[in-house]
Design a protein around this ligand. Structure first.
Ligand SMILES: CC(C)(COP(=O)(O)OP(=O)(O)OC[C@H]1O[C@@H](n2cnc3c(N)ncnc32)[C@H](O)[C@@H]1OP(=O)(O)O)[C@@H](O)C(=O)NCCC(=O)NCCS
Length: 188
């Protein structure tokens, strides 16, 4: 760590950011000793199949994942963790598939073919929020992939996305991460 931080200082980096599982106390202590400070908690969510209450839905249409990344860049929450940021989403390739509902709500599923479905992105256009489009999209995804659990790794900051998922019957995962940051002094 000392070597890596020395290189970051030499490059003139302004800050170093890391994510660590909160229950990994020895690692958290190490980072604290090096000067890192926790700035937010990142939570994962899961939904078992067949648990969503019936609700309004819609017809899913396939979308271009790169187009979804552009919408995240323009209309996503500010200061998204790097795993959810537009730059990361823009690098997602096949077998991932993206979907939209009426060009208002968008999702990217990282692995549509096997295993618990990883929801890599979920976004509703700003002008369309709180009108039920996010709920319709999740219901439509459930109908598209019946019998498969959905999963978001511990990368979602506490806030509206988590509130929304819980409202729709998703459960927070017991393991959460801490996003820690170290500010590096800038040479005058
Ligand atoms: C989170 C998000 C998907 C919700 O979509 P939406 O279409 O607005 O959600 P819905 O209208 O279906 O809301 C369903 C329920 O979820 C809850 N909810 C939704 N947004 C909420 C918010 N901002 N705060 C608190 N609760 C919220 C409410 O209980 C809501 O029901 P209500 O409106 O009757 O109170 C949307 O706000 C969004 O796209 N945010 C930006 C996400 C982002 O940055 N994505 C990129 C990285 S993943």
């Amino acid at each position: 760590m000392t070597e890596a931080l020395g290189e970051a200082r030499a490059r003139g980096d302004r800050s170093v950011l890391l994510e660590v599982f909160k229950r990994n106390t020895p690692a958290v202590r190490l980072y604290q000793k090096l000067g890192f400070r926790a700035q937010r908690r990142l939570i994962g969510y899961r939904r078992e199949p067949g648990k969503l209450s019936p609700g309004k839905t819609g017809t899913l249409t396939e979308a271009d994942p790169l187009g979804v990344a552009r919408i995240v860049a323009r209309e996503g929450e500010r200061d998204l963790p790097w795993m959810l940021a537009a730059e990361t989403i823009s690098a997602i390739t096949s077998p991932a598939r993206a979907y939209h509902l009426d060009h208002r709500a968008y999702a990217v599923i990282e692995n549509p073919e096997t295993g618990p479905l990883v929801l890599a992105t979920l976004i509703v256009r700003q002008a369309e929020r709180r009108k039920g489009w996010g709920s319709r999209l999740l219901h439509a995804l459930e109908a598209e992939f019946p019998d498969r659990p959905f999963f978001v790794p511990a990368i979602v900051p506490e806030g509206p996305v988590g509130t929304f998922l819980v409202e729709l019957g998703w459960e927070p995962e017991p393991l959460s991460q801490s996003e820690m940051v170290l500010k590096l002094p800038q040479a005058a």
